[in-house]
Design a protein around this ligand. Structure first.
Ligand SMILES: *Cc1c(COP(=O)(O)O)cnc(C)c1O
Length: 428
């Protein structure tokens, strides 16, 4: 095995260091496997209950009326998330789009949106109008309020209570930390927050941005009171096979309002040709629990490696996991760059590309991104990115298989050692 990795460019010191780490992760990995097994059963049973058949993989075109496979897949999603209804479509371009139709479909002029968990994901700033943007919810007369988490990561119940008023229509809870260093929320904590909000205002719609969280635990936010859960199919639930798409699951009327926004009022879910993607959606969903478990093992592996080498890692090496993202604080620009070069060098696609930091639109510093994916931008596939600004943290996620994730992380360490960021002696 050492020879194989050496052929791939991993020096023996790096191999030995990583091998020792893996040996101590048996218990952690066993727990990850158990969750995957549970979720695999959940998915298979939902497919069986809805009599998924070869007919479901047929394609439709044009209006897409009576697309049996599309409609059955939505029933399967609804069963997995234990919701009344689901919207699972290739016409949903990405996670931001899914969140946009969930929000704009369910909010009306004069309503207020509340985030009780701090600032939402970057791309939502324009959607909501936190940052001025043509077409934002703010332009349509939807106001926004935010309550930050307390310094210790707890919910600020007192100020959340004060922030809820007669206009509050929908609260948005982001499960994953995204590109922040706050802790990711467990489903249990999300449930506690929803219960609190509903005790103050029972008819408020509780929506969860579930990106990167699907199948990490045995339960999903819709099992603890969320009215709507939203995510991307080029993250966890697409299992690496979905070439595009997003989903919204939840209460029938919430999903319907979102569907009226996706297509048109009155048309909703009735339309939308599947254009041949049904099989990939089904098969990706079938594989998703296993794929997520591989990504989780990679994240745990990396946390243990980099923590042992003295870097701050979020989550740390022993914490429980509620999403697949791992942050490593490398402290220097060259650290972030080396890490990303390693991830790129380990990719099955575009491994020869050399990522460089650049001024990406929408970011206030240069950003470096590493991805060598079968599906463009897919972040259930092994990928990493980091803004070139203090504290010089890199965020990485994914890996369709544990072995690939492992190779990517070993290669990141290799590059950090080669570039003098970590002295070889530290690996002894
Ligand atoms: C990825 C992500 C989004 C946005 O998804 P895109 O597909 O990049 O538009 C929103 N929220 C969270 C927490 C995410 O991780």
């Amino acid at each position: 095995m050492k020879d194989m990795y050496q052929n791939a460019g991993i020096m023996p010191e790096v191999y030995n260091f990583c091998d020792n780490i893996v040996k101590n992760l048996e218990e952690r990995f066993k727990a990850v496997d158990e969750v995957a097994e549970y979720n695999q059963m959940k998915v298979v049973m939902a497919m069986q209950a809805n009599k998924v058949s070869a007919e479901c993989f047929h394609s439709s075109s044009g209006y897409g009326y009576d697309d049996f496979g599309r409609d059955t897949l939505e029933k399967v999603y609804a069963d997995i998330f234990h919701t009344e209804d689901a919207l699972v479509r290739p016409h949903i371009t990405c996670g931001t789009h899914a969140l946009t139709i969930a929000l704009s479909g369910n909010l009306r002029p004069g309503d207020e949106l509340l985030s009780p968990v701090g600032k939402p994901y970057d791309t939502l700033e324009g959607v909501i109008g936190i940052r001025p943007q043509t077409g934002s919810l703010a332009e349509y007369g939807v106001s926004y309020r935010q309550v930050d988490l307390l310094d210790n990561g707890d919910f600020d119940y007192e100020n959340i209570k004060k922030a809820i008023n007669e206009k509050t229509k929908l609260i948005t809870i982001q499960r994953s930390k995204g590109y922040q260093t706050r802790p990711t929320l467990s489903v249990k904590r999300i449930g506690e927050l929803i219960q609190f909000v509903k005790s103050i205002k029972p008819d408020v719609i509780c929506m969860v941005d579930n990106c990167y969280g699907e199948f990490v635990e045995r339960i999903e936010p819709t099992d603890v009171g969320a009215d709507m859960c939203v995510g991307s199919l080029i993250k966890n639930p697409g299992g690496g096979l979905a070439p595009i798409g997003g989903y919204i699951v939840g209460k029938k009327d919430c999903v319907e309002r979102a569907a009226f926004r996706l297509t048109a009022p009155g048309l909703g879910k009735e339309l939308g040709a599947s254009l041949g993607v049904n099989q990939a959606f089904y098969q990706g969903l079938f594989l998703a629990p296993q794929v997520v478990s591989g990504a989780l093992k990679g994240a745990i592996f990396a946390a243990n490696i980099y923590e042992k080498l003295g870097f701050e890692v979020v989550p740390n090496s022993t914490e429980s996991r509620h999403d697949i993202i791992q942050a490593v604080v490398l402290g220097k620009p060259e650290g972030v760059i080396s890490f990303c070069k390693g991830i790129q060098a380990a990719a099955p696609v575009d491994s020869f590309a050399d990522p460089e930091p650049w001024a990406m639109p929408g970011y206030d510093s240069d950003v470096i991104m590493a991805a060598g994916a079968f599906v463009q931008g897919s972040s259930i596939e092994l990928s990493a990115d980091g803004p070139i600004k203090p504290p010089y943290a890199v965020y990485f996620q994914g890996g369709i298989t544990w072995y690939h994730s492992k190779f990517g992380i070993m290669m990141s360490l290799e590059k950090l050692v080669e570039n003098g960021m970590i002295p070889r002696e530290k690996l002894a």
